[in-house]
Design a protein around this ligand. Structure first.
Ligand code: TRP
Length: 332
């Protein structure tokens, strides 16, 4: 049976952290087993903010290395750089003719950017959802694993697909959000202020590139309190988060011991954090080391990128020639 096609884009700026790992990558690793997966580094998207040309290669290599270190298998999933697939900007151009200025201006992520960077409201920013739709539709994907903040973009991709199909003939399926079986865990920031993030709260976010000492320091500084006053109290968010993390990286009996200590009001957060810090350091170390080694292996990264691009272009090429034919671009 033909496997369902999944597409997801990975931002190329910032280091991966535990929130990315448990929220997204772990699911990618599972998906690649029974879906036809296309995962790409969204380097064209990053140009909206005019990154320093020196940084692009480092960023792309790092994202590739980190994702492979986390378990993406390039023999199962296609892993590639967006800019290595020229069919994507070609489809982006076609879809731009079907996207309206008014609807693009209404997108909340665009309005946020206008507020954040009024000096750089470029057309690439306005048409970000069109490029994202091209990323997805180029492989005629059925499912897209994205967080809540991206759902509106996905809805726009469905609209563009529908418009194309109606005008030129059936080509694109309407991509749906990939919903995981069990609820995806949210990893909160260690200071109890929002989620772990690539750009904010860096001292309360654990990155997969953090060394053991940094991990210990961050966890020991995590927000706690005087402990529950009554047995079986509900946990405040920041305490629950420590248990969530512990569940991810510690042995089940360790988590069970601290859970019952909490419920019996004799928990010692200092001890719990010490244990969590050790287990977290042991969990992150192999990922960090594998990513660092890979990132330095230029020959291997290039080979991986080439192989990924080839796989992606095979699929993208078919879509783009169909799109050209339907639009009427076929002269000889
Ligand atoms: N916009 C997504 C983000 O900010 C990244 C992305 C770009 C993406 N193209 C995509 C995600 C296509 C899924 C599918 O995280």
């Amino acid at each position: 049976m033909k496997k369902e096609i999944v597409v997801s884009g990975i931002r190329s700026t910032g280091y991966l952290h535990l929130g990315n790992y448990f929220g997204a990558i772990q699911n990618y690793v599972k998906m690649q087993e029974d879906h036809d997966c296309y995962f790409f580094v969204a380097d064209y998207h990053s140009l909206t903010t005019h990154p320093d040309p020196k940084d692009l290669k480092t960023n792309v290599y790092r994202v590739v290395a980190e994702n492979i270190a986390c378990g993406i298998d390039v023999n199962k999933a296609a892993l590639y750089a967006q800019s290595d697939v020229p069919e994507i900007p070609e489809l982006y151009l076609m879809l731009n003719m079907l996207a309206y200025k008014g609807e693009l201006e209404k997108v909340p992520t665009f309005k946020d950017k206008v507020r954040q960077q009024p000096e750089n409201v470029n057309a690439g920013l306005l048409t970000y959802p069109v490029l994202m739709a091209a990323d997805i539709l180029i492989h005629r994907a059925a499912k897209v694993p994205v967080g809540k903040d991206q759902e509106q973009h996905l809805e726009m991709a469905r609209n563009f697909a529908q418009r194309f199909n109606k005008r030129y003939g059936e080509l694109f399926p309407e991509p749906e959000v990939f919903r995981y079986n069990r609820d995806t865990v949210k990893i909160m920031s260690l200071d109890g202020e929002g989620k772990m993030s690539k750009s904010e709260n860096v001292n309360a976010t654990i990155f997969l590139s953090d060394d053991d000492a940094t991990i210990r320091k961050k966890i020991m500084k995590a927000k706690t309190d005087a402990g529950p006053a009554e047995p079986n109290s509900e946990m405040p968010e920041y305490i629950k988060n420590l248990f969530v993390l512990m569940q991810m990286v510690s042995a089940p009996d360790v988590t069970a011991t601290y859970t019952s200590a909490y419920n019996n009001c004799n928990i010692r957060y200092g001890d719990m954090k010490k244990q969590l810090a050790e287990d977290m350091a042991a969990f992150v170390a192999p990922i960090r080391e594998k990513a660092a080694a890979l990132q330095k292996d230029e020959v291997l990264i290039k080979k991986i990128l080439r192989q990924g691009a080839e796989k992606a272009r095979a699929s993208a090429g078919k879509t783009i020639s169909e799109a050209r034919r339907l639009i009427g671009i076929s002269y000889y």
